[in-house]
Design a protein around this ligand. Structure first.
Ligand code: ADP
Ligand code: MG
Length: 728
């Protein structure tokens, strides 16, 4: 009988690539399933259209009558797309997206029905949400949580469902999702940045944070996925010896994409385009069967919705092609993990990218202002940024010599380093003469629009300037970008506020505007110097250097999450009205819980697989060897058999040694888990799981992986890395 593993393999090979038929231009598809501006204009009376556009732009609330009109237009449009149901689409703190579908259909009498959808149903819904994480904010008996329409992200149709992007809040108004605080953080950075822009251009009335994410993922065959309980249940391989050929040759990177994977990509990209997600880039990543997809950047809230939608789409469409998508940060030990780079910038309503160097001294001073303020924000609040990307999965990546370290630093390239160093030196103390100012401006005017460093990027930096935007690279592949974006936009908003206050003070005390700005920039450049690092972030030396500089190195999730409990952090989020103390505490609690659960599940699966997959396979194989030795004895006699069975005996000893070690580590882990489970406090429990339970993962895996090499290949019950990663 074929083993489970052989069967999975045969299943997989029996499949031919599926091709989807699609004739036509991508531009014809784009946004076809979205209730966007043009569609709204077509379906709405002009005054209703104007009101909704205003609501989108200013965040003003819509009156009931308009909401009814929008709902009715949305429904009419959705029906033409074949929709039968609608749902409020939201982002609970589990990290996934959630939806509860209701039908438009409403019976109105015997044998009679209509399609109904009105303003009430559009604006608010009450999902039975008692099982979503709320960190103690909402008692389960008081299960009421509301979803409320976010008009700034357009509704869309997937399959037969009209999806309405919404925020998710408790009965008492506390946010239970990622979207609400993100919208607030975007609002805060809009206000703060617009104010600072007034120094340079009075036309600026709005500043949008922009986000361009790059999503990495693995694609593996569904049959092999199903034959690996660890990958199936945790998203990563808890066991598995590295293949003889890994990614050493780098031959996968930008190589040609295998046909089956291409068919999958083609289909999900088509779906993405229909949903208005501007995906343009696809290529292989460094690791075998690893890929990346990136759209053109968009306004941050929309870009984030699009990322979540895309992750969801990928998983659904992969299954149609008998693939599974792995979004885990580190599915395979010894093989590169997956991240989600967040490219971030600020753009004005006048069409200026505030993080792009300009053509003249004035626009360059504006660029430098936003550039230096961002660096200063990262300097002052690096721990917040670190905490925002903390997760059990990302712990495997950060600081693991392939991804940015857990130490937050900023890379800006040699040209801009020079500019900042010069500025630091050349702004004179005391009153500046007109000549001083002219010279300074001349120098600032010399910043080239296209920076050379754009080409020699530092891939080891967690937060790098890449010519006209910053790229936050430490974000995990499975996470909701909102978490990082809430943190980043909040701290930049805070810093810009402080900056504005300081500059205004200087102006009030008689300094000219430019001089005031320059002097404040100089001060901030000096104060934030230690966060700037141009060297190799993967090196051991950096860890030492960073410690000397006094930078934090929050190595794991439980340590990073402590930040949310700090008084200053709570104050900051409350002051900017992003999250109240209670909301922040709830979030911290939820993150601890998520961490505990993840590690707990991994520990359980590890134990189960060791007990019921690996140990029996090893014992079977031992029996075969024992039989062989007995046979040799029978045929050759004890003396000759001793010589003839030397290798068998050695293997037998090796098997027993690793088997005993495997079992004893599993037993110890079980005890550690029992002890950890007794702890009540979430932070303590998470720390115990991190320090006392997780430490057994490595030895357990080490011995299991040794056994994988020793046991007859045909008897090994689990698909091996070489099959999972190289099978096409
Ligand atoms: P590459 O890094 O491959 O050379 P780019 O530098 O053009 O390509 O962009 C990388 C990512 O940065 C893309 O996802 C892109 O959409 C995004 N991006 C470019 N400009 C901005 C911006 N102003 N704001 C946010 N993201 C941006
Ligand atoms: Mg990148």
């Amino acid at each position: 009988m074929a083993s489970k593993r052989e069967k999975a393999y045969q299943d997989m090979l029996g499949r031919s690539p599926k091709h989807i038929q699609f004739n036509g231009k991508n531009s014809d598809l784009y946004g076809n399933s979205v209730f966007h501006h043009d569609v709204m204009r077509e379906y709405l009376p002009s005054d209703a259209f104007d009101s909704i556009i205003e609501a989108i732009q200013t965040g003003a609330t819509l009156d009931r009558k308009i909401a009814d009109q929008v709902a009715s237009a949305m429904k009419d449009w959705a029906l033409t797309k074949g929709a039968t149901h609608y749902t409020h689409w939201f982002q609970p703190l589990t990290g996934a997206t959630a939806e509860k579908h209701d039908a438009f259909f409403k019976p109105i009498g015997p044998g009679k029905a209509i399609e109904r959808f009105d303003g009430d149903l559009l604006v608010q819904q009450e999902p039975d949400a008692s099982s979503f994480p709320n960190g103690g904010i909402r008692n389960t008996f008081e299960a009421r949580g509301y979803t409320a329409w976010d008009p700034s992200s357009p509704a869309f149709v997937i399959g037969k469902t009209l999806c309405i992007p919404t925020i998710f809040i408790s009965y008492t108004g506390e946010s239970l999702d990622y979207k609400m605080p993100l919208l607030k953080a975007l609002h805060a950075v809009d206000n703060a940045a617009s104010e600072v822009c007034q120094y340079f251009d009075k036309q600026v009335t709005r500043v949008n944070a922009t986000l361009g994410w790059e999503q990495e993922y693995f694609l593996i065959d569904q049959a092999l996925f199903n034959a690996r309980p660890d990958i199936m249940m945790t998203g990563r391989a808890l066991f598995g010896h590295s293949p003889a050929k890994g990614q050493q040759l780098d031959d996968h990177y930008f190589g040609s994409i295998p046909e089956r994977a291409t068919a999958f990509m083609r289909e999900f990209e088509t779906e993405a385009l229909l949903l208005g997600i501007p995906v343009t880039t696809r290529h292989n990543e460094v690791a075998p069967n690893q890929f990346e997809c990136a759209p053109i950047f968009e306004e941050c809230n929309l870009a984030n919705d699009h990322n979540l939608l895309l992750m969801d789409l990928m998983e659904k469409i992969a299954q149609k092609h008998h693939f599974r998508v792995l979004l885990h940060e580190k599915p395979f030990a010894g093989v590169n993990g997956s991240g989600k780079h967040n490219n971030w910038s600020l753009g004005t309503n006048t069409g200026v990218n505030l993080l792009a160097p300009g053509k003249n001294p004035k626009s360059n001073l504006q660029f430098l202002t936003f550039f230096v303020n961002t660096i200063k924000a990262i300097h002052d609040y690096s721990d917040i940024l670190r905490a925002s990307i903390a997760s059990a999965g990302n712990d495997h990546r950060l600081g693991a010599n392939e991804a940015p370290p857990a130490i937050i630093s900023v890379f800006i390239g040699s040209q801009l380093s020079q500019v900042l160093d010069d500025l630091e030196k050349s702004v004179k103390a005391g009153k500046m003469t007109p000549e001083d100012k002219t010279e300074l401006k001349l120098n600032i005017g010399k910043i080239p629009q296209i920076l050379l460093d754009n080409t020699d990027r530092n891939r080891t930096s967690p937060f790098a300037f890449t010519g006209n935007k910053f790229e936050f690279r430490a974000v995990g592949s499975s996470s909701n970008c909102a978490s990082a974006m809430i943190a980043l936009n909040t701290i930049v908003a805070k810093q810009l506020r402080v900056f504005k206050k300081e500059v205004d003070k200087r102006i009030a005390s008689g300094e000219g505007k430019d001089e005031a700005i320059l002097k404040q920039l100089q001060k901030d450049i000096k104060a934030s110097k230690k966060i700037r690092f141009e060297g190799n972030g993967y090196s051991e030396d950096w860890v030492k250097d960073a410690t000397k500089r006094g930078l934090s190195n929050l190595k794991d999730t439980p340590r990073a999450l402590e930040v949310w409990g700090h008084k200053e952090v709570k104050k900051l989020f409350a002051e900017l009205e992003i999250l109240t103390e209670r909301e922040l505490e709830a979030r911290q609690e939820i993150e601890y819980e998520k961490y505990i659960l993840k590690v707990q599940i991994e520990a359980r699966i590890m134990n189960d697989m060791a007990q019921s997959h690996i140990i029996p396979a090893v014992i079977d194989y031992q029996n075969r060897i024992i039989k062989n030795i007995q046979g040799l004895n029978d045929v050759l006699g004890a003396k000759a058999a001793k010589e003839a069975g030397k290798t068998q005996l050695l293997i037998l000893e090796d098997l027993s040694r690793h088997l005993n070690e495997l079992k004893s580590n599993c037993d110890q882990m079980l005890l550690a888990r029992k002890k950890a489970n007794k702890l009540d406090h979430a932070a303590e429990k998470a720390t115990a799981y991190c320090d006392e339970v997780k430490k057994y993962f490595e030895p357990i895996r080490y011995h299991a992986d040794k056994l994988e090499l020793l046991v007859d290949d045909s008897q090994w019950p689990l698909p091996k890395f070489r099959e999972i990663l190289f099978a096409r």
